[in-house]
Design a protein around this ligand. Structure first.
Ligand SMILES: [Fe+2]
Ligand SMILES: [Fe+2]
Length: 155
């Protein structure tokens, strides 16, 4: 049985890979546009499903309150950088500097989740809950991956 932690890590690997590849691009190219679209969609689907089926249940417990607030604040920071990149021309020389900040934030956040929050959550959530949340998370994640995200992304 897959646990919520294993399910979350699958998307983390995709995010790291896309962020690295995005930093190798330069100028307004099809490659940069495609990689940015993929990273934006991946982050959106992951964050939404992770908020709903990992952090919200944790937030309902006293010991999960702090990690949840911290993580949700970082999700918001990443969303803002995605918005900033969306509003900046791909050809703008400053684009890559913003992308680098986003990549650093993504790496920092994933490391903190995998090496801190997951361990703490492991003590809070019950065994059955860990596998049940994995199923719910995966369904929600897939639902958002299948949508046209540009119509969804909030302003
Ligand atoms: Fe995550
Ligand atoms: Fe997260």
């Amino acid at each position: 049985m897959t646990t919520i932690f294993e399910a979350l890590r699958e998307s983390h690997e995709i995010q790291r890979d896309l962020a690295e590849k995005l930093l190798q691009t330069s100028g307004d190219t099809a490659e940069r546009r495609e990689l940015f679209k993929q990273l934006k969609n991946e982050l959106f689907a992951h964050e939404t499903a992770e908020d709903r089926y990992f952090y919200i249940p944790l937030m309902m417990t006293d010991s999960g309150l702090n990690i949840t607030r911290h993580a949700l604040a970082e999700h918001h920071e990443m969303d803002e950088m995605i918005e900033e990149l969306t509003a900046t021309e791909f050809s703008n020389p400053g684009w890559i500097a913003i992308a680098k900040r986003l990549s650093e934030k993504v790496h920092h956040h994933l490391k903190e989740e995998e090496h801190g929050f997951f361990q703490q959550a492991g003590k809070i959530l019950g065994e059955e809950q860990k596998t049940a949340l994995a199923v719910q998370y995966k369904n929600e994640y897939q639902r958002y991956k299948d949508m046209k995200k540009d119509m969804l992304v909030q302003s």
